[in-house]
Design a protein around this ligand. Structure first.
Ligand SMILES: [Fe+2]
Ligand SMILES: [Fe+2]
Length: 207
């Protein structure tokens, strides 16, 4: 298994407007079982989100396939996070819900925007934020020497890179369907996302 790449190579897939402080990862690792449970639920919901978007692209030659691949990757992540929980001797806790997703979804359709465009941009931002935070978790785990087994760090790095790819996939799907409407709407969403994430407490959840 290859070693995770150095943190200095990290580049966010989308220029998020609120940078998560490194102290966030320290707080998140306080309860690793809770953190992994939350992330397992995130992966499951990410798979369901991708599948739920397929119907909007009936007749398109390529996008349903992109979404199916994305859902398959998320389901693979879900299973592997569950396996990691089991390997550590932990159990999946109940889904506590996501104040982050709820805060974002409150803006869907705001100002008369197409809800499909907004859902694609919400997914873009959730994936990009997951990527940023998985990177911080990987870095903190390595620095703390806790949960720093190379195979585990490689898994975190793989997740981080996959979520970056998913952010770009959702953005490209939005551009394919909505073209020139995307930049202005993404600009609004970047502000809303920064406001929502800044308003959340630092605890053992990914968002
Ligand atoms: Fe994932
Ligand atoms: Fe993802």
């Amino acid at each position: 298994m290859s070693e995770p790449k150095p943190a200095s190579e990290f580049k966010p897939p989308i220029p998020l407007r609120a940078t998560t402080p490194e102290s966030w990862a320290e707080a998140a690792w306080e309860d690793p079982e809770g953190l992994l449970s939350d992330h397992a639920h995130n992966e499951k919901k990410a798979a369901l989100t991708a599948l739920s978007l397929v119907h909007a692209f009936s007749g398109h030659p390529r996008i349903p396939l992109l979404l199916a691949r994305l859902a398959e990757e998320e389901l693979n992540h879900f299973r592997r996070v569950l396996e990691a929980l089991a390997d550590f001797g932990w159990s999946l806790r109940r889904d506590g819900g996501s104040a982050y997703a709820k805060g974002l979804l409150a803006h869907v359709g705001e100002g008369g925007s197409d809800p499909l465009l907004d859902r694609l941009l919400v997914s873009t931002l959730i994936e990009a934020r997951s990527c940023e935070r998985l990177h911080l978790l990987e870095k903190a785990a390595r620095n703390r020497g806790v949960l720093s087994d190379p195979a585990w760090l490689s898994f975190l790095f793989e997740l981080e890179r996959c979520e970056a790819g998913h952010a770009l996939t959702y953005l490209r799907i939005a551009e394919d369907r909505f073209g020139a409407r995307v930049p202005d709407r993404l600009d609004a969403w970047l502000d809303w996302e920064a406001e929502v994430i800044r308003g959340l407490p630092h605890r053992s959840v990914v968002h």
